[in-house]
Design a protein around this ligand. Structure first.
Ligand code: NAD
Ligand code: UDP
Length: 336
């Protein structure tokens, strides 16, 4: 057999294995990394986004790729596509963004889930839901295990997000039980990295951007509340493993980095990495801000053979390098 015919067979095998995959929220921080990874694996990607909490910037590099298609669409309205898999990432994740239009946030989680589960039911596609550690609310079980039902305020300022995501999980499990839809649910803990929006309002991007601009670092409360931070690359690896796991493993499964830090520790770490005049300033703790959060990832270890590989120290360096470049480019543009 000639080299050319071997290559042709390889290309055929790749074509047969290639899937058409829908990524909702695909222009967002995590969605855009998922699009990148799926394209690199040889799949065709349809990215749906309404730019509620992102810009075209995250997917600019993909627009000329013949295997990539972008559709501007709000998932609270039905959409008709033919796909093999769906990653449902659409939903603002930053408290500042999701509290800006709380009714739309609930609609995005609930109507969005109904529309996409309907699409999965019609096409037979497998569908993965990006759920959240917020389903545990202000947890009294620590670290959080998947069997814990949570401690969530149903009527507070965070409820549009927390309860929206909880209802979406309910819908995923009911579509699975009632209609045999192939569903998967991952509960994502705080994740950070390049392509977060600089004005996103989440703690890692806030602290880094503030320090790079020489502005005060805003610490909410006394800084003793904890979070566990996962780097984006680790998260994407876990999510794709979950999609490709056995159909009978539907989750929910915690995905996050169990290393736990207080917000004061995080602020001091950022200060140590970015020499600037930025001082810490204390601001009131937002209502219902969870006091502690740390995932138990035994299930992900067992079922997905996954654990995070990038510790906060390295992940912060990579995120700082991204924001530095981003802010420098912005300065150049403003000067031009
Ligand atoms: P992000 O805000 O960067 O991305 C969300 C994307 O969804 C944005 O591009 C936004 O424009 C889009 N979107 C919002 N509403 C939409 C709508 N109605 N129709 C179409 N598109 C819409 O946030 P992210 O950090 O990338 O989060 C992605 C997903 O992961 C979200 O569902 C979020 O709840 C979940 N999650 C993220 C984290 C985290 O720490 N990053 C933690 C838990 C859960
Ligand atoms: N936080 C802070 N300063 C900021 C932004 C956030 O101290 O500028 C705190 C916030 O009160 C919370 C933690 O950092 O305790 C994580 O906040 P984030 O908005 O990133 O995510 P959350 O886990 O609360 O959804």
């Amino acid at each position: 057999m000639s080299i050319n015919s071997t290559l042709a067979i390889d290309a055929d095998v790749i074509r047969q294995r290639a899937k058409r995959i829908l990524v909702t929220g695909g222009a967002g921080f995590l969605g855009s990394h998922i699009c990148d990874r799926l394209l690199a694996q040889g799949h065709e990607v349809i990215c749906v986004d309404n730019f509620y909490s992102s810009t075209r910037q995250n997917i600019l590099h993909l627009l000329d790729n013949p295997c990539f298609e972008f559709i501007r669409h709000d998932v609270t309205f039905p959409l008709y596509l033919e796909v093999d898999e769906i990653y449902n990432m659409a939903c603002p994740a930053s408290p500042v963004h999701y509290q800006h239009d709380p009714v739309q946030t609930t609609k995005t989680s609930v109507h969005g889930a109904i529309n996409l589960l309907g699409l999965a039911k019609r096409t037979g596609a497998k569908i993965l839901q990006a759920s959240t550690s917020e389903v545990y609310g202000d947890p009294v079980v620590h670290p959080q295990v998947e069997s814990y039902w949570g401690n969530v305020n149903p009527i507070g300022p965070r409820s549009c997000y927390d309860e929206g995501k909880r209802c979406a999980e309910t819908l995923f499990f009911d579509y699975h039980r009632q209609h045999n839809v192939k569903t998967k649910v991952v509960r994502i803990f705080n994740t950070y990295g390049p392509r977060m929006h600089p004005n996103d309002g989440r703690v890692v991007s806030n602290f880094i951007v503030q320090a790079l601009l020489g502005e005060p670092i805003t610490l909410f409360g006394d800084g003793s509340q904890t979070r566990s931070f996962c780097f984006a690359d680790d998260l994407v690896e876990a999510i794709i493993r979950m999609m490709n796991s056995d159909d009978d493993f539907i989750g929910p499964v915690n995905i996050g980095n169990p290393a736990e830090f207080t917000m004061l520790q995080l602020a001091e770490l950022v200060q140590s990495k970015i020499p600037s005049s930025s001082e810490l300033v204390y601001r009131p703790l937002p209502t219902n801000d969870p006091t502690q959060r740390k995932p138990d990832i035994s299930l992900a270890r067992e079922k997905l053979d996954w654990q995070p590989t990038i510790e906060l120290n390295e992940g912060l360096d990579r995120t700082i390098a991204y924001f530095k470049q981003f802010l420098d480019a912005q300065k150049l543009q403003q000067a031009a």
